[in-house]
Ligand binder design. Structure first.
Ligand code: SF4
Ligand code: SF4
Length: 363
């Protein structure tokens, strides 16, 4: 579509939404669960198209932001005290732990390798053997199948010095918690996670919580179309789950990837930054694969330290606050010197606000 045509379509969609909102007696607040949507909303200026009667808040859809500080501390302990080679995705290395980040540890001579795919951890383990290598296992349903495949491949190749420090998260349990918040009207559902779990898996949002949800692509027009559906369903009191990203997301999801996850992992409780311990929201190794669990293999003795009380990431991840309501935003906390994970991640809510601003028009 030509740029002018796109602009025209966007204006038309925004006008439709504002016209529907003008007939509605209250306000609406939708949560975009995924960080990629957060960035797209800010970079395309979508927030500036609406009055404050349509609120958009960011949720816990980014693995970096929801990873607790304890995990960073445990990782550094493994590297510093036990001499393992840490293997991680790039976003995680700047997240502050209680005594610095993985990047700080690396600059002090610690062994930290950044990879784009968990599979690369196998080659690294072979290179550093007999030293152990530990892959820092964060991620949602999008990433977890690749970690499962890595574990299976490591076993098939008899790589005995590769382990995983698990902090995997699954999306449905926190969504249920958020859906029970009265002031959240509905959800812009994550595109990539949905490709694995499938559109049908969200049915409970509509049937049990009467909240609409739309799975959308990442262009400005995709998001506006999804918002128009969410507003319309709210006004008509007909909450449903719509799949507007059919080129990528099937109703049943990716059965092969889910089977791979189920072969290696089973549901476990998990601690989320901002949401606390959520039963059944994580994944642990099944017994035939427990030998890969770094927490089983190594004695990781780390006390949990409280987060910096001035950092509001926890309340930002639940849609309670926006970044500019944090006193550190743009002052002590900037992308080059982040205090919390939401400013670290390239898809972090605070990073998005900092880069593009969080504009909205008064009603
Ligand atoms: S601005 Fe920084 S300190 Fe404040 S909530 Fe965001 S990441 Fe945390
Ligand atoms: S920005 Fe933060 S909360 Fe949002 S998806 Fe990324 S890491 Fe998660």
């Amino acid at each position: 579509m030509k740029v002018e045509t796109e602009k025209h379509a966007a204006k038309k969609l925004a006008a439709d939404i504002n016209s529907m909102l003008s007939e509605y007696p209250g306000s609406m607040k939708f949560m975009e669960v995924c960080g990629t949507h957060t960035m797209a909303i800010h970079s395309s200026g979508i927030k500036s198209l609406f009055t404050k009667r349509l609120g958009l808040v960011s949720g816990p859809g980014c693995p970096v932001c929801v990873t607790e500080k304890l995990f960073i501390d445990q990782s550094i302990f493994l590297g510093k005290e036990l001499g393992v080679c840490l293997v991680t995705f790039g976003d995680l290395i700047r997240v502050p732990g209680s005594s610095g980040s993985l990047a700080d540890f690396r600059s002090q001579g610690g062994m930290v390798r950044v990879v784009y795919s968990p599979m690369d951890a196998i080659d690294i383990a072979i290179q550093v053997a007999p030293k152990p290598a530990v892959f820092l296992g964060i991620g949602f349903e999008t990433t977890i199948p690749t970690v499962a495949a890595t574990v299976k491949t490591a076993r098939a190749r008899n790589v005995q010095n590769l382990f995983v420090l698990p902090a995997f998260k699954t999306i449905h349990q926190p969504l249920k918690m958020l859906a029970s918040q009265k002031d959240l009207t509905g959800f812009l559902l994550p595109g990539h996670v949905s490709a694995i779990i499938g559109a049908d898996s969200y049915k409970y949002l509509a049937s049990e919580y009467s909240k609409p949800g739309v799975i959308a692509g990442f262009e400005g027009l995709d998001i506006l179309l999804a918002l128009r559906s969410l507003v319309r369903m709210t006004i008509n009191k007909e909450p449903k789950i719509e799949n507007n990203y059919k080129t990528v997301v099937r109703q049943e999801g990716n059965i092969f990837a889910r089977a791979l996850i189920d072969e290696i992992f089973e549901p476990s409780d998990a601690s989320w930054r901002g949401l606390g311990l959520i039963p059944g929201s994580g994944l642990a190794f099944k017994s035939p694969y427990e030998e890969f669990d770094a927490l089983n293999r190594f004695n990781v003795e780390v006390q949990e330290e409280p987060d910096d009380p001035r950092c509001k990431c926890a309340r930002i991840l639940t849609g309670e606050l926006t970044p500019n309501q944090c006193g550190l935003f743009g002052r002590e906390c900037v992308p080059e010197e982040p205090v919390g994970p939401c400013m670290v991640s390239s898809e972090g809510t605070c990073a998005a606000y900092y880069k593009y601003g969080g504009v909205s028009i008064d009603a």
